[in-house]
Design a protein around this ligand. Structure first.
Ligand SMILES: [Zn+2]
Length: 210
């Protein structure tokens, strides 16, 4: 399911690029299902990971937990590992946005690909959220990895939002700080719950509007 979704979004992005089918096939063949699943396991506290030279486990990404800071650090470290200049922006109390921008030929034309990394749980327990939304975060990371050395005719920003489960303060902060910038938004692509397949039909549903 996840690999289908990532394939679709790569095709979607490349509909802007007018690449030939051979190029597209090459990129889709780079999708690594083991990496996609490993990312989800790390974000959902199933696997330990090294963060800033310490062995850590991302115990919870619950919206009100300070432990989700570890997830932000790890997401940033992956973007850096893939060759991007990534940053963490504190947008509200206990809320951080992780982002990296890949500059394209028309640098002020911006496509944003996002996933929220905070999670939700009605119980007082941690919220591992493998589907909502470690799956979307994993896909954004994998697309960032695959597109690292691909020349684009627009800029592409990879963003991991915090606060989606509460007041969406992180995304509001982002928009408010872009109001006076020269950026022209081409597309906003939000990857959320990509591993959800309620009726097991193995189909991907895309919500969009013109
Ligand atoms: Zn979600």
């Amino acid at each position: 399911m996840l690999i289908r979704s990532v394939s679709f979004f790569i095709i979607f992005i490349f509909s802007f690029l007018y690449l030939n089918s051979q190029d597209l096939e090459t990129l889709i063949n780079r999708i690594d299902i083991a990496t996609l699943i490993n990312n989800i396991c790390i974000l959902s506290y199933e696997k330990e990971v090294i963060i800033n030279n310490n062995t850590e486990r991302i115990d919870s990404r619950k919206f009100d937990s300070e432990k989700k800071h570890l997830a932000a650090l790890w997401l940033k470290s992956k973007l850096v590992e893939y060759g991007y200049q990534a940053q963490i922006i504190e947008t509200a109390k206990n809320e951080e946005t992780v982002l990296a921008r890949k500059i394209g030929a028309n640098k002020n034309n911006l496509v944003i690909m996002v996933a929220h990394y905070d999670s939700f749980n009605f119980d007082p327990e941690p919220a591992p959220g493998p589907n909502d939304n470690a799956s979307g975060c994993s896909a954004v990371l994998e697309i960032a990895r695959i597109l690292r050395d691909v020349k684009l005719n627009f800029s592409l920003e990879f963003i991991f939002w915090d606060g989606e489960e509460t007041r969406m303060a992180s995304s509001k902060y982002y928009v408010e700080n872009l109001v006076n910038s020269p950026i022209f938004f081409v597309e906003y692509i939000n990857l959320d719950m990509l591993a959800w397949d309620s009726n097991n039909d193995r189909k991907v549903r895309i919500k969009y509007k013109d």
